[in-house]
Design a protein around this ligand. Structure first.
Ligand code: UD1
Length: 424
């Protein structure tokens, strides 16, 4: 099994360009299933999750080509509405084909996504949206099947602003008859990216970015061309890594407004973040101070940045309190950080972190994508070498991660076993 070896102590410096947003692409690719035409999408990151979604589309009968960072999808000939169990299990986001397939074919069948390492992640909000639009939903033998004679616009109010449920419902309502009003919708920038993509295909959707989205159903959708927004979590991860290593970097291809809560918190902690027309400059000159935070739906502090900022807080002056409100089990990185010397106490969904002066390199295991990024960050700051196991989690969501870090001066290599000698 491949591992990363990270030797800490180098300050990050230079320029990094952020890739297209993973979570935008994972919603926009399924949206192509609504179209009888070719959709060409630029800035698609070459990530494991994106390749899984490509396979999902191909299994359904779409023609897909992926050259460099441009993907073309022609879903005209899609002829099945059932996603193989194997693919649903590989990636939870494959359930985002439900909305578009139901909308276009009035029928869809997917395996029930399993739990995942960060929490149980039920589908109730997705399914109740589809039922409100007139679908009959059955959950049997580990599969979810939704069928309708026709879908009709409805008033839907989510119990919680779920990102995936908002996306599935927008797509399901796009070809429904009449108007759908979706209240308590998620406001994440990925929803706005999806709305823009669908409107360019001919949909009539307004309100993304607010908690009320109005979808006026149209008869059909055609092909289009689209550029994916930059990945706000990748950008946030590089900001934290720079702060942690006392570095000074320029981040390009970034939309600072998508990172307001992260930037505000890091400034409060003492990181210098300067926004200009070229991007974001991040510098750190003094020791970071501990800050308290709670993860919240957008525009609040993102749960996908919780693990990374916890590493920074582990090295901050004073005590910080981090409360995870989105996922029930998203502290798997804590035990690994403790191995590296961090002083973190858990009380349910609250982590109390007492800052220490130095982390020390250790052998650690990655449990999920963002925990992986956090442990690499910890390795960059630690004394000595850190060996990270299960790096496949990182490959799900960070494009050219090691290369980008090496370009910034980090000492990180991929090894098979532990025999490879360490080269910068
Ligand atoms: C998306 C992101 C993920 C991010 C998360 C929260 C993608 C591919 N993934 O995941 O990176 O961490 O948003 O910002 O875009 N819930 C229910 N019932 C439902 C749906 C969700 O109870 O029907 C709960 C979940 O268990 C979880 C919370 O709502 O506790 C947030 O989930 P949701 O916003 O749906 O996240 P995802 O769309 O799965």
């Amino acid at each position: 099994m491949e591992k990363y070896v990270v030797v800490g102590g180098n300050r990050l410096s230079g320029t990094v360009r952020i890739s297209g947003g993973k979570n935008s692409v994972l919603a926009i690719l399924p949206a192509c299933l609504l179209s009888k035409g070719v959709c060409t999408i630029h800035e698609v990151p070459r990530l494991r999750d994106v390749f899984v979604m490509k396979e999902v589309l191909e299994c359904l009968g779409a023609k897909v080509s992926f050259t460099g960072n441009t993907m073309s999808v022609d879903a005209t000939m899609v002829d099945t509405v059932e996603v193989p169990d194997r693919l649903t299990r590989m990636m939870r986001a494959s359930n985002l084909v439900m909305g578009p397939l139901l909308s276009r074919f009035k029928n869809v069948k997917v395996a029930y996504p399993g739990g995942c390492s960060i929490g149980s992640r039920p589908m109730d909000q997705h399914l109740r949206g589809m039922k409100d639009l007139g679908a009959e939903v059955t959950e049997k033998y580990g599969f979810i099947e939704a069928k309708a004679v026709k879908l009709k616009g409805a008033e839907i109010c989510l119990d919680f602003p779920s990102v995936g449920a908002t996306e599935n419902i927008i797509m399901a309502a796009s070809l429904a008859e009449g108007v759908t009003i979706l209240r308590n919708a998620a406001r994440e920038p990925e929803i706005t990216d999806l709305q823009n993509f669908l409107n360019n295909m001919g949909a009539n959707i307004k309100g993304a970015g607010t908690d009320v989205i109005k979808i006026s159903g149209v008869k059909e959708l055609g092909g289009t061309e689209h550029i994916i927004n930059p990945d706000r979590i990748e950008a946030g991860t590089f900001i934290v890594m720079t702060a942690i290593t006392n570095g000074d970097i320029m981040i390009t291809n970034v939309i600072p407004e998508h990172l307001e809560a992260v930037i505000a918190k890091l400034r409060e902690a003492g990181v210098d973040i300067i926004e200009d027309e070229k991007g974001i400059r991040v510098k750190r000159k003094r020791r970071i101070k501990g800050v308290d935070l709670k993860t919240m739906p957008f525009p609040g502090f993102p749960t996908d940045m919780q693990a990374q900022i916890m590493v920074l807080m582990s090295l901050a002056e004073g005590t910080s309190v981090i409360t995870e409100t989105i996922f029930e089990n998203r502290f798997k990185h804590v035990d690994e950080l403790r191995r590296m010397g961090a002083n973190i106490k858990l009380e349910g969904r609250v982590a109390i972190i007492k800052g220490i002066k130095n982390l020390s390199g250790a052998y650690v295991e990655i449990s999920d994508l963002r925990a992986g990024a956090a442990l690499v960050a910890a390795g960059l700051a630690a004394e000595g070498a850190t060996v990270l196991e299960n790096i496949n989690h990182i490959e799900r969501g960070y494009e050219n991660f090691e290369q980008k870090l090496r370009n910034l001066g980090a000492q990180i290599i991929r090894v098979n076993g532990l025999k490879s000698s360490f080269k910068k």
